[in-house]
Design a protein around this ligand. Structure first.
Ligand SMILES: [Zn+2]
Ligand SMILES: [Zn+2]
Length: 142
């Protein structure tokens, strides 16, 4: 009895091919049943290129399991990242001191910007000119 790694069925006796999917077991067979290794492209005894497809080296179920394992691992990693980000967000939302510091910084920036835009144009131009002059004088000194 032989077990087929391709389709997962048993074929009775000392079979050449799987009864269910037609694959050969671990060898490539030509139409005259000459036995060739897996890597053969041409039959070594009659020269035909008409060789059977051998069953996979690794059982299909194990490959499926390995694939599922990879998928699960990926999901696990994603879960960990989401969990860590969630923890950070929760810490940020629950820590009021952190919130207050960020909020006051934001308010300060907004207030400064509003004050700046409320200043008359001539004053802003004056400040710009002042800044340019100080930059120029600094360059002159160097
Ligand atoms: Zn089969
Ligand atoms: Zn042959």
């Amino acid at each position: 009895m032989l077990y087929c790694y391709n389709c997962g069925n048993f074929t009775t006796g000392n079979a050449f091919y799987c009864n269910f999917c037609g694959r050969s077991y671990d060898v490539k067979l030509c139409s005259r049943l000459h036995v060739n290794p897996r890597s053969a492209e041409v039959c070594s005894q009659c020269g035909t290129r008409d060789l059977s497809t051998p069953q996979p080296k690794v059982p299909l179920r194990i490959r499926v399991l390995a694939f599922l394992g990879f998928v699960l691992l990926g999901m696990f990693e994603t879960f960990i990242v989401v969990f860590l980000v969630g923890c950070l967000v929760v810490a940020f939302l629950t820590r009021q001191d952190v919130q207050r510091a960020l909020l006051s910084l934001g308010f300060l920036a907004a207030a400064l910007w509003i004050i700046w835009t409320m200043l008359p144009l001539w004053f802003r131009k004056f400040v710009y000119r002042l800044l340019q002059r100080t930059r120029k004088s600094r360059e002159d000194n160097e």
